[in-house]
Design a protein around this ligand. Sequence first.
Ligand code: ADP
Ligand code: MG
Length: 515
Amino acid sequence: MKLDPTVMRTMNRQDYRVLSAVESGMKNHSLVPLPLINTIANLRHGGTNKIISSLLRDKLLSHDQSCGYNGYRLTNSGYDILALHDLKCRGIISGIGDKIGTGKESDVYIAITPRNTQIVLKFHRLGRTSFRDVKKKRDYFMVNALSKNKKSGTQFRTLPNSWLFLSRTSALKEYAFMKALYDVGYPTPKPIGQSRHIVAMGLVRGVPLYQLHSNRVSAEQAQSIFEQSAVLAGRLAQHGLVHCDLNEFNLMVDLSGIQGKIASAGGGAGGDELTVEGEERNTNWEDDATEHYVRHSGMPVKHKGALSAHGPLQKHSIDGTGEVVTEKPPEPTELLDNGEPKPIVTLIDFPQMISTRHPNAKELYERDVVCLKRFFGGKLRCFVEGDDEAKLSGIMPTWEELIAESGGGNDVEFPGDGPDDVTLVSKAQYRLDEELKASGYSKEDAARDSELAYYEAHQQLNRELDVVYDDDEDEEEDSENKESENEDDEEVEGEHEQHSVKEDRVDEAISGKDD
Ligand code: ADP
Ligand code: MG
């Protein structure tokens, strides 16, 4: 999906008003009639028709008469622009840069804050897999999932609208989980804000785990990454959560081991260059450091200061005498026994997380364990075949062990009446699934019961599709291997195509007239 925020340069307040009037109308209408748009937008000097024409021209709205009247709905681009505009008005972003990642259900972009710090915007795009990429055989699952829902009495006549709002639900959920985990010191990206289907978060140092290969990582580093990943899965379960997609695509690894202000790794202890919305923004050297030391996805962001793929380079400044002073880059936080920096592992991608009380929690936790085991045993060669079970049992707690550790699982009690009453130590035991139930996120959920039912169906669909994808990939890989044996091993894998940040240009596109 192509994102073109340049259209925002010429948009004014009335344009946004009409656009969001259509959005409001879509809550009850698959296609919003013109009189309703007029009423909601309530423009003082009229002119809704003219504005609608220009929004249609920019493909922010689409027009349909199939319902027997002139109906309008937001396009995906229209929804993007509304969310970007909102983030801009709230002072979270001032510009958007290149795409740095594409997941099955998201597009991930670099953005820039008004303080020139680079952050990440994740656009949730539910339904994309099902509507754009799915081959014939996958349609079967789609129909299946829909009919299952029809049986349970949920009607989805306004399908295209649902995808937009379900993407929003997914973003809300991801933001709520990320924030709750970040607040208890779990290594996640720093949650910065959320608008509609977009989550704004801190840029994580390093590369997704799947980009690491055994010949580029020492055995000690691989072992450390494996141990940390196992601990992360265990810690999640102690908080009452199962990730459900814990694999090499959703673990970011920083081999330079610098627990700086850019990553929130290590419990976010050092990562405060960005503030969560509503907090005061601080102004320390780290903003500057981000500019010089930031790198992403293994591809350096070309910037004024040089950058390396696996560690920050030095920063130069000119002192009072005109001499060039080379400042030392940050040091790794911890070293391994062999003297290498201890890699830092950060977990991303939370919308599909479930409570450990979910009826399938055990099964899904065990699936996560199997995924990790497959990657570490296979690609990173952490253990030789046959040895893996023994090694795993020492490192990766079983479901039963986790439940026992957290004081009896489902009946676990926590001190105090809520998150404010618990100490840091007891917070580590705090059930986030419980906490999230009481959060704003859950209230939103209640109002969208049918959407959630559909969301669940969608998750189920994706799990089924995953199996199909896996099968496909194996076939495709075989034939590709025959064709091109010498290709770079950092090539695209499966649905998780990675896009390099090609240049440092951050398009200052978001500069509408209505500041
Ligand atoms: P999806 O839910 O679609 O799988 P992810 O959250 O896993 O989306 O993001 C897709 C890719 O985007 C990741 O593999 C990673 O490369 C990149 N990415 C996502 N969030 C961040 C972040 N905070 N910092 C750096 N890269 C990120
Ligand atoms: Mg992912």
